[in-house]
Each structure stands twice: as structure tokens, then as C-alpha cells.
Design a protein around this ligand. Structure first.
Ligand SMILES: Nc1ncnc2c1ncn2[C@@H]1O[C@H](COP(=O)(O)OP(=O)(O)O)[C@@H](O)[C@H]1O
Ligand SMILES: N[C@@H](CCC(=O)OP(=O)(O)O)C(=O)O
Length: 265
């Protein structure tokens, strides 16, 4: 199905973050075919000696998908906790089945920000990731939204992905979203163009547009993607912002195709 791409031989470990916008349709429903496309690419890379960690959003929207009518509480925080607690196993059921179709195994690693503090918590995280990767199991990370509140909350999963990339010493970080990268204007405007390369000291934040998000539609936005991308790139981990709905996007990036926005130090 795929052409014969020439993968960058220097890439052995990659962290791929997929946002809520990538895996849902306009009705905010999870699209199984999009998850399948992502898993197919991860399986393709795995066969060729490249291991991936998937950081997947979607638990809150997956919970809302089945619960929005029945939920009595109007407290936003509790709603988020309940949605994510219900949605996370729904997401993992999708992923478990999809990886199994490729003869692969996956595992869930939920974290709060505290787990990345230097010391015992962090050592435990390293142990867990390295243990899974050594066994050929694909770790699927998400924030532990059911219990992650106030001081232990990540800005969003972009931040989590950046921390995981640092933790496992990744060769590349890919932030997948629903636009083709960072645009120099509003992504919906005809005269806006994707910025193909950003260096960490370039003041491209001026291009970020404000967007209003509904409940469960994810957090963060382009501002946090850019902040995380610059921080991770400074650690010499090349970071990409690209369109997760595009066919073969992960493989194309690892082949060095000029797509998305590349952020480097
Ligand atoms: N300059 C820009 N270029 C591209 N996208 C932008 C820009 N400014 C704001 N955005 C918005 O950022 C959104 C992606 O971030 P986000 O909603 O957090 O996605 P995700 O759920 O994938 O993490 C896009 O849908 C787009 O509307
Ligand atoms: N942890 C939440 C997603 C939070 C988040 O960062 O969302 P997004 O900006 O869509 O990547 C969830 O699983 O629904």
C-alpha cells in the first residue's frame, strides 16, 4: 500500500502526539479509521526497527460521546474527571484491537505532571517506558485526567509529549494536529502559508490565532504546541507540527519530506 520510503537511518525512537482534533470528526465523534491509519504507520516503522511512543488525547471526548446526556453534574472539573475515566478505556479498546490486527501489543501509561519531577517518581516512569520498549510493546501515554487536578496538571498533552520525548531520549517529536503546520496567518485564510522551518529563537508566536474550544475538545492550542516544540528542540530533539489526518504523515516526516513545520535549535 505504501511506496518504498527511505527512512532516516538516524531515527530509532520517535514520540508521536495525536490531538483530539485529529481523531474526531465535525460532530466530535472518534473516527476509528483515523486511529487505524496512525497505528498502521507505527506498525510499519516497528517492522523497520523504529520504536514509537504514542501520546494520545481523546479520553474526555470519548467519554462525552457516550455520557453527555446522562451526566447530572454541572461542575466542569467533575465532568472532565468522569468523561475521561469513562473515555480512556474506550480509547484503549480501539488501540488494543488495532495493534492486535498488526500482531503488536500496546500498553497504557497515564501520568500526572508530578511523575516527571526529578527523583523516585521520574525513575519509575523511565523504568516503565524502558521496560515496555525493551519488550516491543508500544506505550500509549495520556494525562491521568481522572485524578490530575490543580498542581499536577499538564498544560495539555503537548507538554506531556515533550516531557516523554526528553525522558526516553527520543530522536524526534511529532505533534500531530488538524492543520498542516504553523501558518503565518489564520489557517483558514487563502493567503496564509505554512512556515516550513522555525528556529527556537524566531518570534513566530505573533502568528498564533485565538480559537474557542468547546467542552472536551482538547486544551492548549497552537500556543502550547509552539512552546513545547521550542523547548524540546532546544534539547536537540527535532520537533514537527504536522497534519495527523494526512496519509502517511509520520512516515513522510521520518523520510525527511518537506511537510509540516520543523522546529530546530
Ligand atoms: N498560526 C496558526 N497556524 C496553524 N494553526 C493555528 C494557528 N493559530 C491557531 N491555530 C489553531 O491551532 C489548532 C490546533 O491546536 P489544538 O486545537 O490544540 O489541536 P490538537 O487537538 O490537535 O492539540 C488549529 O486547529 C488551529 O485552529
Ligand atoms: N488528556 C485529554 C486531552 C488534553 C489535550 O491536551 O487535548 P489536545 O489539545 O487535543 O491534545 C484527553 O485525553 O481527552
Amino acid at each position: 500500500m505504501l511506496e518504498t520510503p527511505v527512512l532516516n537511518a538516524g531515527i530509532k525512537r520517535v514520540v508521536i502526539k495525536v490531538g483530539t482534533q485529529v481523531i474526531t470528526n465535525k460532530d466530535n465523534r472518534i473516527v476509528g479509521k483515523l486511529l487505524a491509519k496512525l497505528v498502521e504507520q507505527i506498525a510499519y516503522l516497528y517492522e523497520r526497527g523504529i520504536t514509537s511512543v504514542l501520546v494520545s488525547s481523546g479520553s474526555v471526548i470519548a467519554g462525552k460521546e457516550v455520557m453527555s446526556r446522562g451526566l447530572i453534574t454541572t461542575d466542569k472539573i467533575t465532568r472532565r474527571q468522569v468523561f475521561s475515566a469513562i473515555g480512556q478505556p474506550r480509547m484503549m479498546r480501539h488501540y488494543y484491537n488495532l495493534f492486535q490486527d498488526h500482531g503488536m501489543r500496546c500498553a497504557q501509561v497515564l501520568a500526572t505532571k508530578r511523575d516527571f519531577d526529578p527523583g523516585k517518581h521520574r525513575d519509575n516512569m523511565v523504568n516503565c517506558y524502558e521496560g515496555l520498549l525493551a519488550e516491543g510493546v508500544i506505550p500509549i501515554a495520556n494525562e491521568d485526567d481522572a485524578v490530575s487536578l490543580s498542581m499536577s496538571t499538564f498544560t495539555d498533552n503537548d507538554e506531556l509529549a515533550g516531557l516523554v520525548a526528553e525522558l526516553i531520549d527520543a530522536d524526534m517529536l511529532i505533534l500531530l494536529t488538524d492543520t498542516d503546520g504553523l501558518y503565518d496567518g489564520h489557517p483558514d485564510k487563502a493567503d496564509s502559508r505554512v512556515i516550513s522551518h522555525v528556529q527556537v529563537d524566531e518570534p513566530v508566536e505573533q502568528y498564533i490565532q485565538t480559537s474557542i474550544k468547546g467542552e472536551a475538545e482538547g486544551r492548549g492550542g497552537m500556543e502550547s504546541k509552539l512552546r513545547v516544540a521550542k523547548k524540546t528542540a532546544k534539547l536537540n530533539i527535532p520537533t514537527f507540527i504536522a497534519n495527523g489526518k494526512r496519509d502517511h504523515v509520520i512516515i513522510d516526516l521520518i523520510c525527511g519530506k518537506a511537510i509540516g513545520t520543523k522546529i530546530t535549535s
